[in-house]
Design a protein around this ligand. Structure first.
Ligand code: HEC
Length: 157
C-alpha cells in the first residue's frame, strides 16, 4: 500500500470510529496514554485474529489504526523524558510496518504473516515488561511506579 493510500484509508477508518476524539490530539497525560493503549490493543488483537483467519484486507485496515495510535504515544514518553520507552515505540511501529508489508505481498504467505504477528506481539510485550504493571485483582494496568516523575494528570486514589 502506498503512503497516500494508507492515509486515505486511515482517515476513513478514523471518521467511522467512535474513538476519533483522540485522533487529532497528542498524548500528554497518563490518562491519554491509557486510552491510546486500549485502542492499540483492540485494533491489534483484531488484526491478529483476522490475520489468523486469513482475512488480510480487513486485518490491514485494523493494523493501520493500531500503528497510528501507537505512534502517537511517542510524544508521551518523550515529554516525560523516557527516551528508552520512546525507542520501544519506534521499534514496535517498525514491527507493525513489517507486518503491514507481509499483508501487502502478492501472493500473501500465511507463514510469513504469522511470523510478523509474533514479532510485533513480542515488541509490545518487551515494552510492557519494562514499563507496565498489572493489577491482577482489578484486571487493570498502569505505568510502573517511578517511571514518570509526575502523576501527569491522573487522579490517584
Ligand atoms: C513504549 C512502551 C509500550 C509499547 C511499545 C506498547 N505498550 Fe501497551 N502499554 C504500555 C504501558 C506503559 C501501559 C500501561 C498504561 C495504562 O494502561 O495505564 C500499556 C497498556 C496497554 C494495554 C492496557 C490498557 C488498559 O489500561 O486497559 C493494552 C491492551 C496494550 N498496552 C496493548 C499494546 C499493544 C497491542 C502493543 C503493541 C502493538 C503495545 N501495547 C505497545 C506501554 C507500551
Amino acid at each position: 500500500m502506498t503512503g497516500a493510500r494508507r492515509r486515505v484509508l486511515l482517515a476513513a477508518v478514523l471518521v467511522a470510529g467512535a474513538s476519533a476524539t483522540v485522533a487529532a490530539q497528542k498524548v500528554f497525560t497518563a490518562d491519554e496514554l491509557r486510552v491510546v493503549e486500549r485502542i492499540v490493543g483492540t485494533y491489534f488483537e483484531s488484526a491478529k485474529s483476522l490475520s489468523a483467519a486469513q482475512d488480510y484486507e480487513t486485518a490491514k485496515v485494523r493494523l493501520i489504526v493500531a500503528r497510528e495510535y501507537l505512534a502517537r504515544s511517542w510524544t508521551f514518553w518523550t515529554r516525560h523524558e523516557r527516551g528508552d520507552a520512546a525507542k520501544m515505540v519506534t521499534a514496535t511501529t517498525a514491527a507493525l510496518d513489517a507486518l503491514d508489508d507481509r499483508l501487502s505481498e502478492v501472493p500473501i504467505d500465511p507463514a510469513r504473516v504469522q511470523e510478523a504477528v509474533q514479532e510485533a506481539s513480542a515488541a509490545c510485550e518487551t515494552c510492557h515488561a519494562a514499563f507496565r504493571v498489572e493489577h491482577p485483582a482489578a484486571g487493570t494496568y498502569d505505568i510502573k511506579p517511578g517511571i514518570i516523575s509526575e502523576p501527569a494528570g491522573r487522579e490517584r486514589p
